[in-house]
Each structure stands twice: as C-alpha cells, then as structure tokens.
Write a protein that binds this ligand. Sequence first.
Ligand code: FRU
Length: 499
Amino acid sequence: YSEEDLYRPNFHFTPKKAWMNDPNGMFYKNGYYHLYFQHYPDGNTWGPMHWGHAISTDMVTWKEMPIAIYPDDKGYIFSGSAVVDVNNTSGFSKGGGQPIIAMFTYHDMDGEKAGKTNYQSQAIAYSLDEGQTFTKYSSNPVIKNPNIRDFRDPKITWDSIHEKWVMVLAAGQKIMLYSSSNLKDWKLESDFGDGIGAHGGVWECPDFFPMVVQGTDEIKWVLLVSINPGGPNGGSATQYFVGDFDGKQFKIDPSFEKDLNSSEHKSIWIDYGRDNYAGVTWANIPDTDGRKLFMGWMSNWEYANVVPTETWRSAMTVARQIELQKVNASYRLLFQPVKELTSYRSTKFKKESIAINGDTKIIDSKAIDLSSTEINFKISDLKDKGFTFKLTNKQGDTLAFGYNNSDKNFFVDRRKSGKTEFSEKFVNHVSVAKRTSLNPDLLGTIILDKTSIELFFDNGETVMTEIFFPNSPFDKLSIEPKDQEFVLDSIEIHKLNFN
Ligand code: FRU
C-alpha cells in the first residue's frame, strides 16, 4: 500500500502536504464555509506557523486554497478566529462591502528564545475578497502582552444580546474576556477560571457563545476551553462550562458547577477520546440555519509530530453540530456529525434483532468498504449489557471499542490497532468515558475513515474520537458480549461515497 492509499482520509480534511494543527478563523459567507488552519508548509512537523485555508459548500468536501496569512518579522501566526464585519464596524471596507476580520496571536520566536515572557500579542488582519487574501492592520498589535507567558488564541463572537464584539483568549490557566465596538480597540472586562475545571496544563483555544437550551427559550453561554496536557485520557483535550454572561462577566451556572464538581475529574469534556483538540465554532452562520457548527483538530500533542504519515500530518474531525440540553438537572452539550454527511450515503446494510452470544460477524469489506462508513446501532434496555465491537484485518490488527457494563464506561482500545511503535504514549492507555445518560436504551453513531473513529453515544452526550494506523485496511466488523449474551436491536451501516 502507498501512504496515500492506506492513510489519506476519505473524507476528513488534510492538507495536501505538510504539517497542520488547530482549525482557525472559521466563518461562513455566500455559500462557503471557510476553514483556516495552523500550518507549516515547509515541513511535516510543527514549525513557523501560517494560516492555511480551505473552503467547502457543505463542510464535508474541502478544497484547499492558497495560504491566507504568512508569518512576518513580528512573529509566527498562531491560532485565532475570523468574523464577518457585517456593518463594517472596523471601517476597513471603503466600498460598502463586508470585510472579514481575522484576529490571531503573534508569537515572537526571538523574544521567546531571549527568555522574555511577553512574546505573544494579539493582532488583526482584514480581507476585502471574502477571506482569500488578508492585509495586516498597520497598528498591530491591538492587544499588547501584559507580561503573561501564555497569552493567545483570541476567539471573537458578535454578541447580539449586548450588541458588541466579545472576545476570549487564553492566559496561562485562565480565560480573559474582552469587548469591542470596532474590532480594533479592545477592553478587558473580566477573567474566568480560578479554582474551577481542569488545570492539568495550560489553557488554550477558548470559544465563547450563547445558545438556546433546546426546547426552551432559555439562553445560556457556553465556554469551551482546550487544555494541554491534562485531558481525561492523557494529553490535550477540550473541557466546557455552561453559565450566564451580563456583557462583562461569565458566571458558571450553579447547577452546572455542582455537576462539574461531582464529575470524575471535576471537569466535563466535549470529547473523551484522545484526538479532538483546539476545536471551535463557525462564525456568521445565518439565522435561517441557526446551527452551532464545530470542528476540531484530530490529534494530540503527545504524539502529533510523530504519527506515521510523511506527506501530510494530521486531519480535522468531521464537522459537528452542537446542541445544548437540560440533562439530569444540569446542562450538557450534545455533539453530532453534521447532517450534510448523510447526503454521501450510498449502499446500505441493515440487520435487526441479532443475538450476540460470542464473537459475531456483522459485516466485511466485500459488502461495504469499512473505511468510509456511518454506522448507527441501538441496544434497548442497556443495563448490564456490555459489549465490544472489533474492527480487524488479516494482519491481526484490532481496534476495539464498546461499553463496559461493570464500571459503566464506554471505551476505545487501540493498543493493537496496527502501527503504534512511533510513540509509547499512543498506546499507554485504554480511553474511557463514564456513561452519564439515564436513558434505558443506548443509541450510537460511528463514523469510520481509514485512520479515525468518531463515536457518538446517547445522541452525542458522550463522544470519543481516536486515530489509528492499521497495517492494512480493516476488513471485518464484529461484536462480542462482555459477559452475558444480549440482543443487538438494530445496526445500520451506510457506505459513504465521495467519488
Ligand atoms: C494549540 C496551540 C495554540 C497555539 C497553536 C500554535 O494546539 O498550542 O495555543 O496558538 O497551537 O500552533
């Protein structure tokens, strides 16, 4: 197999060549979803950061565009966001158009090498051609460094409730909240994070936005905070908080705080797998659509630089829709693959009421190519029904995942999934996530590509995303019970076709 055949994802975004990390600056305009990304075009490991660029009409099929923002003598271009300045509050548009404003962190490598602490600052750039090219603002930086070593990743949201731009950035192990009327002058309003949530590492790549609680007219604010290291299963991961915002300060909701403090790691995560990091949401999604749309970087800083691909390194997750729900007297974010993915469904395979009393084959790759599939399954009245799904190939590689009835954990086990010798940390752990849903029935969605699995349990209340590198494609899917036999009520497998 060539590297392309074996490891280039069928439908997850990868740059044609070279290194990629965080998604940046995502916005929607005139039929196009824009995705920028941390990119080092001259090497396949992390290096001088640029903003690469890709566009899509459906967040599934992407077209890579020329690099949008280059580093310069002020530094590398680190993560940040972009907004459509609909009313030209910035004044960058002279002809009545809507400028795109990108805000990013300048990372001054020389300053860092010289041992300074103030080497990260915030800057803006504007685009008058719908995000293809950007001009850096002449008065950068717009926010100087207040002598904080880690001070980065500005994410802007238009706050339609208080009618101003709101921006969050990560500062050490806190989030700083700013506001602005023109995207150039920023006022520090407050900070958040002391003594709450996970603090195993530095806080990075926050996102902050209001959401309607599903089925009500209640509005809550959601704060996403990526952290590295300190994730629930090791390395980098993204936690979240639900609360209220008065235009100045974010206050965690008391019921969510209680829930948080009684949860396993005093933190609640958008994804319990090891490979969903630095994810944020799209700006400027039309009200007529109304969705909150998310994408993350599908890797982990513990091994991202050494995964076994040479031409490119890293992929993004599938785009996901977020919903906020009242769950068990608290709040939960539910993540699901965007519905656009279903329009790629082709061949379908469905089985119902399968008795599972030993390792039971579900399907093999002669029937459906397992490296490009969406699988939906249901087990009613879950209770003590533990199970292990297994993806296998002729080389004896196995990716196992499922539910452990004894400790109520979902799990993903990639320890024997193929190439693993590149990093001890890749295989030092079976990832687990406690089931929190009280629903008697279990619904699951599985998204499979050549090198990734994305598991959405209980309508996306618990998500696990992990990558793997088999020696040849997985060609069989089977399921076996943990200890007692049970009935798999239904399983539906859709081949996703991208030709
Ligand atoms: C997160 C991160 C950001 C930073 C970027 C640098 O993965 O460390 O905090 O801006 O990557 O590439």
